[in-house]
Design a protein around this ligand. Structure first.
Ligand SMILES: Nc1nc2c(ncn2[C@@H]2O[C@H](COP(=O)(O)OP(=O)(O)O)[C@@H](O)[C@H]2O)c(=O)[nH]1
Ligand SMILES: [Mg+2]
Length: 345
């Protein structure tokens, strides 16, 4: 036996709590058999910064890669408090109990209090879903990389996919850049909004809208109901100013109340409609191909940067050149050139 329940609890507390490592094959088979504790431990290894774990993570990923690609990858973004966790809780329950599907949730939310790698706020707000055997919920500390999206989220998606989760939902806080990152790793990018919070704040004017596949205005209940309806028609008008995106899809706008469980079915239908559109036009494959290639390029750039910064000659000169740039004794481009030349030698 590979795991016990306590093992899963430990794994969900983050890398520091994971003691010992299994052989690669056991991670791979555990993942493929949807052994939740093993999935959780594999994700901890992927998120780990230890060099020895990085090699193991790569091997695990290589092992599961042939079994990836079958899930619906859905990014859900919105400002803190817009109801993302509540929405995911309701949507997850709908997927499980109305459609008989399963779901994995990767939640990256730097605004939530983090304790030992788990995010307390989200645990409590996905109360119903977190108790379900067919739901896997994994909060991740963001580590401040790329506007709040955990660096390894992409790889975690692959692990969940290999584990046979039909739907992988990625919750992320909307702080500008994170939307770009999440939309670059998902098939459908949903922006959850609330009435009356201001367009600017919610990303409407920052070019985010061009990446959005759908908008859902949440909290359309109580005294917010009318305002939500009004917001919906305003966003619909605003969206008409944009041509359909490259895939020929025009983002839709819906309203819902995650709290009262209304509009969840419709939101899911929008995602399914988009999926059908993507599949009919061969867009899904192209989108994923483009995503994989840009991911590779991104890894090359960050890898090169790491090698560069770890080069001893560069390290020796870096501070001095920074000082000179600050003093305007040397131009930034000249300083950069000197450092790059050092690296090339
Ligand atoms: N009235 C109302 N409140 C909601 C709704 N969805 C979420 N909330 C509340 O909004 C607050 C923030 O929700 P949460 O899901 O944590 O938002 P997140 O930060 O985007 O994940 C909580 O107090 C929720 O109970 C909704 O549909 N209607
Ligand atoms: Mg949340």
């Amino acid at each position: 036996m590979i795991t016990t329940n306590t093992c899963e609890t430990k794994a969900s507390l983050g890398q520091t709590a994971v003691s010992g490592r299994l052989p690669v094959a056991q991670y791979v088979s555990g993942i493929l058999n949807r052994h939740r504790a093993v999935v959780a431990r594999a994700i901890s290894i992927i998120e780990s910064d230890l060099p020895s774990d990085q090699a193991l993570a790569e091997q695990i990923l290589e092992g599961v890669l042939p079994h990836t690609g079958k899930s619906r990858r859905i990014g859900i973004s919105g400002i803190p408090g817009s109801g993302k966790s509540t929405f995911i809780d309701a949507l997850g329950m709908y997927l499980l109990h109305e459609l008989g599907e399963n779901v994995a949730v990767l939640s990256v939310d730097p605004s939530s209090p983090v304790s030992g790698g788990s995010i307390l706020g989200d645990k409590t707000r996905m109360e119903r879903l977190s108790g379900q055997p067919d739901a896997f919920i994994r909060p991740s500390p963001s580590r401040g990389y790329l506007g709040g999206v955990a660096r390894r989220t992409r790889e975690c998606i692959l692990v969940c996919e290999a584990a046979g989760y039909q739907n992988v939902l990625v919750e992320t806080i909307g702080v500008g850049q994170s939307e770009i990152v999440v939309s670059s790793m998902t098939d459908f990018f949903l922006l959850l909004m609330i009435p009356g919070a201001g367009d600017e704040l919610q990303g409407i004017k920052r070019g985010i809208i061009e990446m959005v596949d759908g908008i859902v205005i949440n909290k359309a209940d109580g005294e917010n109901f009318r305002q939500a309806r009004r917001a919906r028609s305003q966003y619909e008008t605003a969206l008409r100013m944009f041509a359909p995106n490259r895939q020929g899809w025009t983002a839709q706008v819906l309203t819902c109340s995650a709290l009262e469980n209304r509009g969840i079915r419709e939101s899911w239908q929008m995602i399914l409609d988009h999926r059908a559109h993507q599949e009919a036009g061969g867009h899904l494959e192209r989108r994923r191909e483009a995503q994989a290639l840009s991911w590779m390029r991104e890894l090359i750039s960050s890898g090169l940067q790491e090698i560069f910064q770890n080069t001893s000659t560069v390290q020796e000169r870096f501070a001095r050149l920074e000082h000179s740039v600050r003093e305007r004794a040397i131009s930034p481009s000249r300083a950069a050139r000197e450092l790059l030349d050092l690296y090339q030698i």
